[in-house]
Design a protein around this ligand. Structure first.
Ligand SMILES: [Zn+2]
Ligand SMILES: [Zn+2]
Length: 268
């Protein structure tokens, strides 16, 4: 029997509506019932709870900075022009959102995260020059297990907002690396050093390009720096970073409003 596509679509829509009645959509972070599904499975309260990086921020790396020597910039190689993250990721709402995307299989969350990343205020020259987005690649076996690369989902949606292509094929992960969560900054650098390389045959595309590397979270920038080094070796002229979350660096203290607390003195 030949079933027309419109009938199968109608059946699918009906089945999904029935599922919604049985399992009404709830926020992936707080389990509240969602009034609609417009903003990617996260409720308005949770989006509002994600803590912005406090201003004033360093023009280059986007880290809260009082105009004196920036603590975060020294992490970045000279060919990295700018880095931006839309919120802090500590224990709490933003981490729950990241985990829902990364480990929970809730791929639709990427749209809401990318929407916030699209609003990041990059310097004008970055906005003018950015040629393409490159997602941090996952190890092949990890991607097979998960079924998707969360950075590529973010990169795809971000590229659509910025109207630039995502080059998902220019960077290869040449070896599997240990998960970084429990490693010290030095161990992280060692762990990912040389783990990425530019794919064969992409030099012509990369030559002279300003690429924006996308990841879900940046902690010590070890992974992003290893990707940037591979792209730079592959011919890219300059690199910027965009992530949804940023883990506070040593010395950063944040409260739930995202205000940076410096040592014991709260800055206003
Ligand atoms: Zn919520
Ligand atoms: Zn800086």
């Amino acid at each position: 029997m030949i079933v027309s596509p419109s009938i199968t679509t109608a059946v699918r829509v009906a089945a999904l509506s029935a599922l919604d009645l049985l399992f009404p959509p709830v926020c992936v972070s707080c389990d509240r019932l969602l009034s609609d599904r417009a903003d990617a499975l996260v409720c308005g309260v949770c989006w509002a709870r994600t803590a912005r990086l406090a201003a004033p921020r360093c023009e280059r790396c986007g880290h809260p900075s009082d105009g004196h020597a920036c603590r975060w910039c020294p992490l970045l190689p000279a060919y990295v022009r700018a880095a931006r993250s839309s919120c802090w990721v500590g224990p709490g709402t933003a981490l729950a959102i990241v985990h829902a995307l990364k480990y929970g299989g809730w791929t639709a969350v990427a749209a809401g995260m990318a929407k916030r990343m699209a609003r990041l205020g990059f310097p004008d020259d970055v906005v003018r020059e950015r040629t393409a987005i490159v997602p941090v690649p996952l190890a092949r076996d990890r991607e097979r297990e998960r079924g998707y690369n969360q950075s590529a989902l973010l990169g795809q949606a971000l590229g659509e907002s910025w109207r630039i292509p995502m080059w998902g094929d220019v960077l290869h992960r040449s070896r599997t690396t240990e998960t970084q969560t429990r490693l010290t900054p030095e161990q992280r650098r060692h762990n990912v050093s040389g783990a990425f390389r530019a794919a064969p045959g992409v030099r012509r595309r990369l030559r002279g390009a300003h690429v924006v590397i996308v990841d879900d979270v940046v902690t010590t920038a070890a992974t992003l720096n290893a990707c940037a080094a591979a792209l730079f070796d592959g011919g890219a002229r300059i690199v910027s970073y965009a992530t949804f979350g940023r883990a506070p660096a040593i010395g950063d203290q944040i409260d739930t409003t995202g205000e940076l607390l410096d040592g014991n003195s709260r800055r206003h």
